[in-house]
Design a protein around this ligand. Structure first.
Ligand SMILES: [Zn+2]
Ligand SMILES: [Zn+2]
Ligand SMILES: [Zn+2]
Ligand SMILES: [Zn+2]
Ligand SMILES: [Zn+2]
Ligand SMILES: [Zn+2]
Ligand SMILES: [Zn+2]
Length: 272
């Protein structure tokens, strides 16, 4: 019997690796290995390709390798009772009380059962990113799930604790604002002139930071904004170069004089 260093639960099923630290329960180890792709011992950071799930106290070097039974890739056991417990932990059972359905073979069929028999849903985005097993993933009713996606989750006091930002261009939800920002920066376009304007004053900076800052689906739609809002150089070589746009007419004027030898004719309101 020992305490798991990660979840602090008392368990008699602990893990042993070649560094001889008994400190993590099987559930936490499975989460780390499967969901976070982390095979390191939490104590000494040793990389553990092979682990033994055990209720006893052994030393790795003294194990009889001929007695080890494989449970899953890199996971071994010695005792049949340990295997039975692992099977129970891993069984994909319906969590709705009084449901008598036998365990499912895979997550997809359990999800279908939740939906068809109990009108319950799990969030794919959460289960993909959270370090939790499917058996721990939150179950939502249809209306709770809609609220989760559209408005996010609230705590008891009504404060927003998490939400999935939505990309209106791709019609796709993201797990958190970090992943959403990465997506915006990678797949969409923002106006650097507007950004400079906003960053120029501290009040505006706050606005910019909470992502209300405008993005455009493509460079083409960004150029429409450049023409409407700022001073865009319409010379072909600058159009080809992209992003040649200014905040003030004077900046465009000096650019035109310097780069294209043109000047602004006030009468025709055009560059000549
Ligand atoms: Zn644990
Ligand atoms: Zn260790
Ligand atoms: Zn059920
Ligand atoms: Zn979610
Ligand atoms: Zn997008
Ligand atoms: Zn702009
Ligand atoms: Zn130009």
């Amino acid at each position: 019997m020992g305490e798991c260093l990660l979840c602090l639960e008392h368990t008699h099923l602990l893990l042993l690796g070649k560094c001889d630290h008994y400190c993590v329960c099987y559930k936490c180890a499975l989460k780390m290995r499967l969901k976070m792709n982390n095979k390191k011992c939490p104590v000494c950071k040793e990389h553990l390709d092979e682990i033994l799930v055990t209720s006893g106290k052994q030393r790795w070097a003294e194990l009889d390798v001929n007695l080890l039974q494989i449970y899953s890739e890199g996971v071994f056991y010695l005792e049949e009772s340990v295997k039975a417990e692992l099977d129970t932990l891993n069984a994909l059972r319906c969590r709705i009380i009084h449901c008598q359905h036998p365990p499912f073979n895979n997550v997809a069929s359990l999800k279908r059962h939740y939906k068809e028999e109990h009108q319950k849903f799990t969030c794919e985005i959460c289960s993909e990113h959270k370090a939790e097993l499917f058996q721990e993933t939150k179950l939502y009713s249809q209306s709770q799930f809609d609220r989760h996606l559209l408005r996010g989750d609230l705590d008891e006091d009504g404060n927003l604790i998490m939400y999935h930002p939505h990309c209106k261009f791709c019609n796709q939800y993201f797990y958190n604002t970090d992943l959403f920002s990465t997506h915006l920066a990678k797949d969409h376009f923002s106006c650097h002139v507007c950004k400079d304007i906003r960053l120029a004053s501290p009040e505006n900076k706050k606005k910019y930071e909470n992502l209300q800052y405008t993005y455009f689906s493509s460079y083409q739609s960004l150029t429409i904004h450049f023409r409407r809002t700022h001073f865009f150089c319409e010379e072909k070589e600058c159009i080809d170069k992209t992003f040649v746009v200014f905040q003030h007419i004077q900046q465009l004027e000096s650019h035109m004089a310097r780069q294209h030898g043109s000047y602004y004719d006030k009468q025709s309101q055009k560059f000549k």
